[in-house]
Design a protein around this ligand. Structure first.
Ligand code: PMP
Length: 428
């Protein structure tokens, strides 16, 4: 595909003014001027199927969200230091989606800020410094959260009190043991190492779709023993639901619910307000209240009126459109369709995921299971050339990351599979 001259010129000016830190996706970058549902439109009116963006969860420009934001913006937009009934009502509604033990919420603007606060509270509450995360996890961009985000690579140093464990990939479990036992032993080992170096465990943190590690959602059920180990060491457990929350994995609202556990702290962000900056930290009060009494935390934009109006509209849509149920059905249809297309593929190790978070692991050959990054990139770019948007993830950047807005319909599933099949025949 030839890039339109206008797009090419914008890309050049972008590079000059924004610098090399701003990366673009795809060999032939794309630019959009409007969106609707799970579709994005470029300046020429081409309809791209968005199978990648989780932030516009109920769909690009969902009319109910647009209307709520418009109305609130024209009425009042102010901060949490004034009494606003809408803020309190939203907080109550949000907290009601959690187990009863989790009953306090603090608002911020990004997932990074949410995790930053969660870890500060964890350290205040436990008196410990140590953090345990998975091998290639990503939890944020602040200096603090980057210090426990190994995904950022060797140029971004890990904190001295950070320890890594392998993600829950069932294929890694040694013979004669279980996934739960494997994960428990790893947490135990990481804590022992922290203690040997003089710092106890403040928090175990996991993204329960393990999206940066390569998307590991199943089987569930191993999480409780990991939490038990954290508690035994005097630490707490933080569920990072920035990726897995808000019905993304289908059926339930939160990823941790699939494991039937109750975290001590839960962080959330991205899809919370369908694209307006809003994030949240939900706590057990016995973990957070002492911090609240002793440390001033005021986040200027966190929880201001307009993002809260958007977030309330998102909850409305999740409820009235029964989104979690639909996601289970569309996600299953997409995953099963992919499995059928890829059953005989020499270069696909696994199709996995839950709800509308799907990973396809691409390897040089099935026997050695060596990650094949260039083949993965070829598929991502071939799909882009056919106007379908996805990306890659995982330690070897060899896992197709398929994560559409939850507004993805069965028609969208059909278009995705019809376009994917010939590309798979060529590349996989
Ligand atoms: N946690 C997870 C699991 C994430 O995927 C991300 C963002 N990719 C963050 C935290 C950070 O969120 P934000 O970009 O809103 O700061």
């Amino acid at each position: 595909a030839e890039l339109a001259p206008e797009l090419r010129s914008t890309i050049e000016r972008r590079m000059n003014v924004l610098g090399p830190g701003y990366s673009l996706i795809y060999r032939e970058p794309v630019g959009f001027v409007s969106g609707r549902g799970a579709h994005l439109f470029d300046a020429e009116g081409n309809d791209f199927l968005d199978a990648y963006n989780n932030v516009p969860c109920v769909g690009h420009c969902h009319p109910h969200v647009v209307e709520a934001v418009d109305r609130q913006m024209a009425t009042l937009n102010t901060n949490t230091r004034y009494v606003q009934n809408d803020l309190v009502e939203y907080a109550e509604r949000l907290v009601a989606t959690f187990p009863v033990e989790l009953s306090r919420v603090t608002f911020a603007c990004s997932g990074s800020e949410a995790n930053d606060l969660a870890v500060r509270v964890a350290r205040f509450h436990t008196g410990h410094e140590g953090i345990v995360v998975t091998r290639y996890a990503y939890h944020g961009i602040t200096r603090e959260t980057a210090s426990f985000s190994p995904h950022l690579g060797t140029g971004s140093p890990l904190g001295p009190n950070v320890r890594l464990i392998e993600p829950p990939d069932p294929r890694r479990v040694p013979a004669g043991t279980t996934l739960a036992e494997y994960m428990r032993e790893q947490v135990r080992g990481a804590i022992a190492d922290l203690e040997r170096h003089g710092s106890g465990l403040a928090a175990l943190i996991t993204d329960n779709a393990h999206t940066s590690d390569g998307i590991f959602t199943d089987p569930v059920g191993y999480l409780q023993v990991m939490i038990d180990e954290a508690h035994t060491a005097g630490g707490i457990y933080i569920a990072d639901e920035v990726q897995s929350g808000f019905a993304r994995l289908g059926e339930s609202m939160w990823g941790f619910q699939r494991h039937d556990v109750v975290p001590d702290i839960v962080t959330m962000g991205k899809p919370m307000a369908n694209g307006l900056p809003l994030s949240g930290v939900v706590f057990r009060p016995e973990v957070s209240d002492e911090f609240g009494r002793n440390v001033r935390y005021f986040n200027t934009f966190g929880g201001s009126s307009v993002p809260i109006a958007a977030a309330a509209a998102v909850l409305d849509v999740l409820e009235t459109e029964r989104v979690a149920e639909r996601v289970l059905a569309t996600g299953t249809a997409l995953r099963e369709g992919l499995r059928e297309i890829l059953a005989e593929s020499a270069h696909v190790a696994e199709v996995r995921g839950a709800g509308l978070y799907i990973g396809v692991e691409i390897v040089t050959d099935r026997d050695t299971a060596t990650p094949d990054r260039s083949r993965t990139e070829a598929v991502i770019n071939a799909l882009r050339d056919q106007h379908i948007l996805i990306n890659g993830t995982g330690i070897g950047v060899n896992v197709l990351k398929i994560r559409p807005p939850l507004a993805f319909t069965f028609d969208d599933v059909g278009r995705f599979l019809d376009t994917f099949a010939p590309i798979a025949r060529t590349h996989l």
